[in-house]
Design a protein around this ligand. Structure first.
Ligand code: SF4
Ligand code: SF4
Length: 472
């Protein structure tokens, strides 16, 4: 490829030479893949909107309460104490996405990414409905401000604002929990001014992204898009133009009726530019795999329609790897893919194991810093501790009691004896442990403490007990 033909690698399709934004007016996609993507998007939109309002065992299905450091994933609550589990889940997510990217390129971007789904399946479709298809949109953009343009713009921007406000509410339900969000809505915005301000800021961000920033998110801002260069190889399946077929010996050529293209050495690409016109990131896929391509499949559908019209085989643009196009090689499970899969299976196994081992009640008993021990009457040694009990369930843990399992001794709570731990709450306090010096084996002793609810052992924990050296 000559240097001149390669110039697209030095620039971004949506930025003009003078640095100004080249606004993209993509043609409305239609075809088999677009139809499938619509169904997938409806399912994912329903999932995204309903997830914060679905509960499993009283836990929100998905919640990411960063402020209070509480996370629910598929109804499974994570607390700061479970941070290791959360980190493993995140690593699994990253490996999973990396595995998919190595094998199937940016399939995630085109089919599952919320940015693409909201942009292409919600905002863009409203735009087509109000402003019309590509040609009509370009005309409206060039047109002077008249009654028609004002009416269409006000209508479009108002609907965009309302949808951004709804998305901001859903986003907030993920952040603070749907119960609290519903409570705030019931109380009215005047009661929760700061939340209302945050909500309006989120709305403004979503409005900015979907009304103006658009494909720039995928091209400039998204870190996943930037990783493509290191994850993709010639064996990755991506939306690709079959340059062998499209260019043949004498390159692409406009369509002429009754012309024997094969005999003339023309490729199957009839240079109609429909794949470029339909592209939401404004690129020409015929230049090869590019950073801007979000694998939305719109160009596959468009080119297939053209191929059908000119009676040539479909699939000039299709899901294919570079090796499949140039060497006719079929998809292979490469050593790199095998490696990622092995890591994914091991991590998933570790996570499942750790989740099964996790307790619903987390107990921590720590010696009060700076305190030694107290020698009491009857050869009794006493240490003072603070305890923390975290109830990770949505039910109250009733009638909680501490008992010393080994060695023999007594636990005395300051202020009360038995107590309840409310759902998803932390109970803290102070306690004394008293042990007869005769049963101690040295100056540092390990204790095993049982946590009981209604006399049933529900958790065990350990603690250190200090005593004078002379009792060795
Ligand atoms: S849509 Fe197909 S035929 Fe038309 S320019 Fe693109 S690749 Fe060539
Ligand atoms: S090149 Fe094709 S698949 Fe890639 S973003 Fe453009 S239309 Fe979508």
């Amino acid at each position: 490829m000559s240097q001149d033909q390669d110039h697209f690698r030095d620039s971004i399709g949506t930025i003009k030479e003078d640095g100004k934004r080249a606004w993209v007016f993509p043609k409305k996609p239609s075809g088999k893949f677009y139809q499938y993507r619509k169904y997938v998007s409806y399912g994912l939109l329903a999932f995204l909107i309903l997830s914060p309002f679905i509960k499993i065992n009283g836990n929100q299905f998905l919640m990411f309460n960063v402020l209070e450091r509480r996370f629910n994933i598929f109804g499974f609550p994570f607390y700061p104490q479970d941070f290791h589990l959360f980190v493993i889940s995140m690593i699994i997510g990253v490996v999973f996405i990396a595995l998919f990217t190595v094998a199937f390129g940016r399939i995630f971007c085109g089919w599952m990414c919320p940015q693409t789904i909201f942009m292409e399946m919600v905002f863009r479709r409203i735009e087509y409905w109000i402003d019309g298809d590509r040609g009509a949109q370009m005309r409206l953009d060039r047109q002077e401000w008249n009654a028609e343009k004002i009416r269409k713009r006000v209508l479009k921007w108002s609907i965009f604002f309302i949808i951004s406000f709804i998305i901001a509410n859903v986003f907030l339900a993920y952040l603070i929990g749907s119960d609290r969000l519903i409570q705030y809505i019931t109380d009215g915005p005047a009661q929760h001014i700061s939340t209302m301000i945050s909500l309006l800021i989120f709305t403004a961000v979503f409005y900015f992204v979907f009304a103006w920033f658009r494909e720039q998110v995928c091209i400039i801002a998204c870190p996943y898009g930037r990783m493509q260069g290191v994850l993709l190889d010639n064996k990755s399946i991506v939306v690709a133009y079959d340059h062998k077929r499209g260019e043949a010996e004498n390159g692409r050529k406009k369509w002429r009726k009754n012309e024997d293209r094969e005999a003339l050495g023309h490729g199957d690409c009839i240079d109609c530019f429909q794949c470029v016109n339909v592209c939401p990131t404004g690129i020409d896929i015929r230049n090869g795999t590019q950073l801007e391509c979000v694998n939305c499949t719109a160009c596959i559908d468009e080119c297939d329609t053209i191929m059908e019209k000119v009676n040539l085989p479909k699939g000039l643009i299709r899901y294919a790897s570079e090796d499949e196009i140039t060497k006719k090689e079929k998809f292979k499970f490469t050593p790199r893919l095998k490696g990622y899969t092995a890591v994914l299976i091991i991590l998933t196994g570790v996570l499942i194991g750790m989740m099964f081992l996790r307790n619903d009640l987390e107990a921590n008993i720590l010696r009060l810093p700076g305190q030694l021990y107290e020698h009491k009457e009857g050869n009794i040694i006493s240490n003072v501790y603070t305890y923390k009990l975290l109830n990770k369930t949505t039910k109250t843990v009733e009638d909680v009691q501490f008992k010393l399992i080994s060695p023999k001794g007594e636990i005395k709570l300051v202020r009360h004896e038995n107590f309840d731990v409310k759902p998803e709450a932390l109970a803290e306090g102070t306690l004394f442990i008293e042990i007869n010096a005769a049963v101690l084996s040295g100056d540092k002793n390990n204790l095993k403490i049982g946590v009981y609810s209604k006399d049933k052992l529900i958790e065990t924990t350990t603690a250190r007990f200090l005593a004078p050296r002379s009792y060795k």
